[in-house]
Design a protein around this ligand. Structure first.
Ligand SMILES: Nc1ncnc2c1ncn2[C@@H]1O[C@H](COP(=O)(O)OP(=O)(O)O)[C@@H](O)[C@H]1O
Ligand SMILES: [Mg+2]
Length: 282
């Protein structure tokens, strides 16, 4: 059988441990992994060459430029995991909520706030969940996630978000659910890892630690996971859950999930992803 070639998109001045691990495991699995570093000089001819060589691409970079490269590759007729159009729903926290709502995927009660502060304050009073969580529709690592105890604090947070970011993006308000944060890592339609996320206080944004544990996926959670990956059409991701009154609620989906919750398990996860890509490429 012909050797499968996969384009691996990353963005580093030097390949990091994870990138090197992909190369190493690919070799073991007889996959020809073509490393595409968006940090290096790439001409359109280079990209066209790669498209000719590769059966499939995997984007493991979260940089904006990798999204443009993804779109370029798609335009040239090849497939990238994850496809660029999927990001419309999970990179926008309001669209994420809308999609969950439409498909009856259990999630947190959320509203989109007006950009007019007096109107937003009225909306928050109507929403009536205190304390309330405010989030910019785009953000990462909890950078644009904050808690407000009242409308005055909410106003301060909204102004802070707008001052801090280079863009004045829309803000959502969400019920606060006091819970641990549960991460499920999915590859294809398989649950490959669970992790209770570490973090101080109510915001759990930690990735790797020696102190976090795993948890059991019960029938209800499994059903929700299956539905979520189907509805969002994503294949390599980390899904975060909170638990409210014994019920699982989807908090968000992350493409390019952290593979380092348990360092000793990272190689296995890389293997799972490569097996999946190989199957997809065929
Ligand atoms: N509504 C909420 N109730 C309780 N905790 C929350 C809520 N929203 C976010 N958090 C906490 O804050 C963290 C970051 O929020 P998240 O929505 O994942 O934003 P980001 O995209 O910045 O990671 C979550 O992992 C969770 O621990
Ligand atoms: Mg998060």
């Amino acid at each position: 059988m012909k050797k499968i070639s996969i384009g691996y998109i990353f963005n580093e001045i030097h390949p990091k441990k994870e990138d090197r691990l992909f190369r190493e495991v690919a070799k073991e699995k007889g996959i020809n992994l073509i490393m595409i570093n968006t940090n290096k000089y790439l001409t359109e001819e280079d990209i066209e060459e790669d498209v000719k060589k590769c059966d499939l691409f995997f984007n493991n970079s979260t940089e904006d430029i990798s999204m443009e490269l993804t779109k370029t590759i798609e335009e040239l007729g090849d497939k990238v995991i994850e496809p660029s159009n999927k990001f419309y729903y999970f990179e926008d926290k309001w669209m994420f909520f809308m999609k969950c709502f439409k498909h009856k995927i259990p999630t947190l009660k959320t509203i989109l706030l007006s950009e007019n502060i007096p109107v937003a304050k009225k909306e928050l009073i109507g929403f009536n969940h205190w304390p309330v969580i405010l989030k910019r529709i785009q953000g990462n690592n909890g950078e644009y996630v904050a808690m407000a105890k009242n409308t005055k604090e909410a106003e301060q947070i909204m102004k802070r978000f707008w001052k801090k970011g280079s863009e004045r993006l829309a803000i959502i308000a969400q019920e606060f659910v006091s819970s641990l944060s549960y991460r499920v890592t999915v590859v294809g339609d398989k649950i490959v890892q669970t992790a209770i996320r570490p973090g101080k206080g109510w915001k759990k944004t930690g990735n790797h630690s020696n102190h976090i544990g795993k948890f059991k996926v019960d029938k209800e959670l499994e059903k929700t996971i299956k539905k979520t990956i189907k509805v969002f059409g994503i294949s390599v991701c980390g899904i975060d859950f909170l638990k409210k009154d014994g019920k699982w609620l989807v908090l968000e989906i992350n493409a390019q999930p952290g593979l380092d919750f348990f360092i000793n398990d990272r190689k296995r996860l890389v293997g799972e992803i490569l097996d999946f890509l190989k199957k997809k490429a065929r």
